[in-house]
Design a protein around this ligand. Structure first.
Ligand SMILES: [Ca+2]
Length: 579
C-alpha cells in the first residue's frame, strides 16, 4: 500500500474510531514505564508526504542519542530511534490490547500519532492486527515507524552526483573498454541503469558543468564557453538556479567536493551557488600533489575550503576528496543530503598511483598513463561509495555518474590516452566522441538494476529528474532538460528529447550541432580525434546516427532538404537562447 493510501486510511480510521482517538488523547501511564507527555492522533489529510518525511527526519535526528538509541528493526540503520520512544509505543499498545471496550480492527489498519516526549515530538505510524499478542503487535508497531520513512518512499532520498572529467565515451569496462579495470563503476552499473546515448551539453568543462547544474543549455545558463581559472574572475551568473539551490530550498544539506571551474569570486564560488560546504579547486585543473594550477602560472595555488584558501602540501587530492566526501556523508547521514562530487579525474595531469601504473605498464603510452589514472579514479569512487554501504544508506541514496565530455588529445595529456571507441571526435568536438559520455543512475530497490537504456538523454535532464525522484519542486526558471524517470524505468519509454542543440565557443563561425531524431547536423565541425580530415565541403556535416554512429561519411550533399530543416531548427534555437 502506497503512503498516500496509508495516510488516507489513517485519516479514515481516525474519523471513524473516536474512542481510539480519545484513548490516544489521554494515555494512562503504566507503573514504572516512561510515557509520552502528550500523545494524539493528528490529521494528516493535508500533509504532503515529503513534509511528513522531513518532519520525521528533523525530529528523530534532533532527538537521537547514539548511546541510548537503537536501530529500527525494519529500516535498519537509517534512523536511530530513542529507546524511550520504543518503550512508549510498547506501553501504549499493551494498554490498548488489554482494553476490552476498544474493539481491535479485523484487518490491517493504520493510524498516525504524534508523540511528545523528552521535550521532542515524534510521529509514528501504527498498524493494528487482530493478533491479540502484545509482543507481536509491539514489534509491528515499532517497525511501522521505520516503514513510514523507508518502505513507503517517504524519506527524500540522498543524492550523490559524481561528475568525472575528460573521461572518454567508452572508458569504463562495462562500456566496452577491454584494457581498463573499473570495478566500482561496473558495480554501479550493475546496481542501476546505464545509458548508451547520453550527451554532455558541451564538449568542454565549464559549459558542461553549468548546464548540468542548472538544467539549461550553456547559452541559457550564462556559460557558453570555459570561464576563467584566475582568482578574482566571476563565472556563472548568480541568478542561475543550481541543483544545490533547489535541494537546499527543500531542506537538503548540500556539499561540493572537487573541481568547480564555474567562477572564482566569492559570489560565483560554490558557497555562493547553493552549497553549504565546499572543498576543492576553483580553476580547470591542478597538480594533485601540490594543488597548484596545472595549465599555466606560475604561483597559482588553488585549494579552497568554504571560500578560504588552504594548503595540504603533498597530500594526494583524490584521497583528500574521499576524506571530505566521507566527512560530509557522516555529518549528514540522518538528514537528506546532496553531494556534488566533481572529481577532477582523469583530467590531466595523469597522476595515477604506483599500484595502477604497474598494472598497466605493459600497455603503450599514453594509454597506460591514462588507464592508471582512470583506475585510480575508479578506486576513489569505490572508497566513497563504500561509506554508503557501511552506513546502510545505499537504498536511501540516488547515485548519478557522468563524464563531463569526451577525452582529451591535448599535449598535457600526452596527446591522448582516452577512447571514444567507435565514435569520431574528442574534447572540443561536437562529433559524438566529444559529447556522448558514459552515464548511470543507481537507486537500489527503487530503480531497475543492471539495465541499459538506448534512448537519448542529456546532462540537462539531471535537475528535473532529481526533482521528480525526490519529489521536490522544480526551480522557477526555463529548463532545457526533462525528467527521464520514464526512460530510466523502461527501455520502451520514448525519449523526452526529439531534438537537442549544442554550440561551442563564440565568434562569427562557432561550431554547433543539432540532433533531430536520428539525424544530426554539425555546423563548422572540428575533429580533435583526427580520425579523418575535415574537407572543404564539410562545413555542414550531416549524419544519421541510427545508420552510422561513426560519423565518417558526410551525407549533406545527398540530403539538402534535411540540412535545410536542421539549419532552420538551429537558427530558431539560437534566437530562443539569445532572448
Ligand atoms: Ca572536462
Amino acid at each position: 500500500m502506497g503512503l498516500p493510501v496509508r495516510l488516507a486510511a489513517a485519516h479514515q480510521l481516525r474519523q471513524s474510531r473516536c474512542r481510539l482517538g480519545s484513548f490516544f488523547d489521554s494515555p494512562k501511564k503504566p507503573e514504572g514505564e516512561p510515557l509520552a507527555s502528550a500523545c494524539r492522533v493528528i490529521s494528516v489529510d493535508h500533509w504532503c508526504r515529503a513534509a511528513v518525511a522531513r518532519l520525521i527526519v528533523h525530529r528523530v535526528s534532533q532527538g537521537q542519542n547514539s548511546d541510548s538509541s537503537k536501530t529500527c528493526g525494519f529500516c535498519k540503520a537509517r534512523k536511530r530511534l530513542p529507546e524511550e520512544l520504543f518503550s512508549t509505543v510498547a506501553c501504549m499498545v499493551e494498554e490498548h490490547c488489554h482494553r476490552d471496550d476498544l474493539a481491535l480492527p479485523t484487518t490491517n489498519n493504520l493510524t498516525v500519532v504524534e508523540f511528545a516526549t523528552g521535550g521532542l515530538t515524534f510521529m509514528a505510524c501504527l498498524v493494528y492486527r487482530p493478533m491479540g499478542h502484545c509482543f507481536a503487535v509491539m514489534a509491528l508497531v515499532v517497525g511501522c515507524l521505520g516503514m513510514l520513512a523507508h518502505d513507503a518512499n517517504a524519506l527524500p532520498p540522498n543524492v550523490i552526483l559524481i561528475y568525472t572529467d575528460d573521461q572518454g565515451s567508452v572508458d569504463v569496462n562495462c562500456y566496452g573498454a577491454k584494457d581498463l579495470i573499473t570495478p566500482s563503476l561496473d558495480d554501479l552499473a550493475s546496481r542501476g541503469v546505464r545509458f548508451t546515448q547520453f550527451y554532455a551539453a558541451a564538449p568542454v568543462c565549464s559549459p558542461s558543468r553549468a548546464a548540468m547544474l542548472t538544467g539549461r543549455v550553456p547559452q541559457r545558463a550564462g556559460v557558453p564557453g570555459n570561464v576563467s581559472s584566475a582568482h578574482g574572475n566571476a563565472g556563472m551568473p548568480t541568478e542561475q538556479i543550481t541543483i544545490a539551490e533547489m535541494m537546499k530550498k527543500a531542506g537538503y544539506a548540500t556539499g561540493h567536493v572537487g573541481k568547480w571551474h564555474l567562477g572564482y569570486t566569492p559570489e560565483t564560488m560554490p558557497n555562493g551557488q547553493g552549497f553549504d560546504s565546499s572543498f576543492g579547486h576553483m580553476g580547470g585543473c591542478i597538480d594533485n600533489w601540490s594543488h597548484f594550477f596545472y595549465w599555466n602560472g606560475p604561483n597559482r595555488h588553488d585549494l579552497w575550503l568554504n571560500g578560504e584558501h588552504i594548503w595540504r602540501d603533498g597530500e594526494f587530492f583524490p584521497d583528500l576528496m574521499v576524506q571530505q566526501g566521507h566527512a560530509f556523508i557522516e555529518q549528514h547521514k540522518d538528514q537528506p543530503f546532496f553531494l556534488y562530487w566533481a572529481i577532477n579525474l582523469p583530467h590531466y595531469p595523469l597522476q595515477g598511483t604506483d599500484k595502477w601504473r604497474k598494472k598497466y605498464e605493459h600497455l603503450p603510452a599514453p594509454r597506460r598513463m591514462y588507464n592508471a589514472f582512470v583506475s585510480t579514479m575508479d578506486e576513489s569512487i569505490g572508497k566513497l561509495l563504500a561509506k554508503l554501504d557501511e552506513l546502510k544508506l545505499r537504498e536511501d541514496t540516488i547515485v548519478i555518474f557522468q563524464s563531463d565530455h569526451g577525452h582529451s588529445h591535448e599535449d598535457r595529456t600526452f596527446g591522448g590516452g582516452g577512447s571514444a571507441g567507435p565514435y569520431r571526435g574528442a574534447k572540443f568536438s561536437l562529433f559524438e566522441g566529444g559529447i556522448r559520455v558514459p552515464a548511470m543512475i543507481s537507486w537500489p530497490g527503487r530503480l531497475p538494476a543492471g539495465e541499459v537504456r538506448d534512448q537519448m538523454a542529456t546532462a540537462c535532464d539531471w535537475m528535473p529528474t532529481i526533482a521528480d525522484l525526490a519529489k521536490l519542486p522544480r526551480p522557477e526558471q526555463k529548463l532545457d532538460g526533462h525528467s527521464i524517470t520514464s526512460v530510466i524505468r523502461s527501455a520502451d519509454a520514448v525519449t523526452p528529447h526529439q531534438q537537442f542543440h549544442w554550440q561551442s565557443g563564440g565568434g562569427n563561425n562557432p561550431q554547433w550541432a543539432v540532433r533531430d531524431g536520428d539525424w544530426k547536423l554539425i555546423g563548422n565541425p572540428r575533429d580533435t580525434s583526427n580520425k579523418a580530415p575535415i574537407e572543404k565541403d564539410d562545413g555542414r556535416f550531416l549524419v544519421n546516427l541510427a545508420e552510422d554512429a561513426s560519423e565518417m561519411k558526410n551525407l549533406a550533399a545527398g540530403h539538402p532538404d534535411i540540412v535545410q530543416k536542421l539549419e532552420r531548427l538551429h537558427d530558431a534555437w539560437v534566437k530562443d537562447v539569445s532572448n
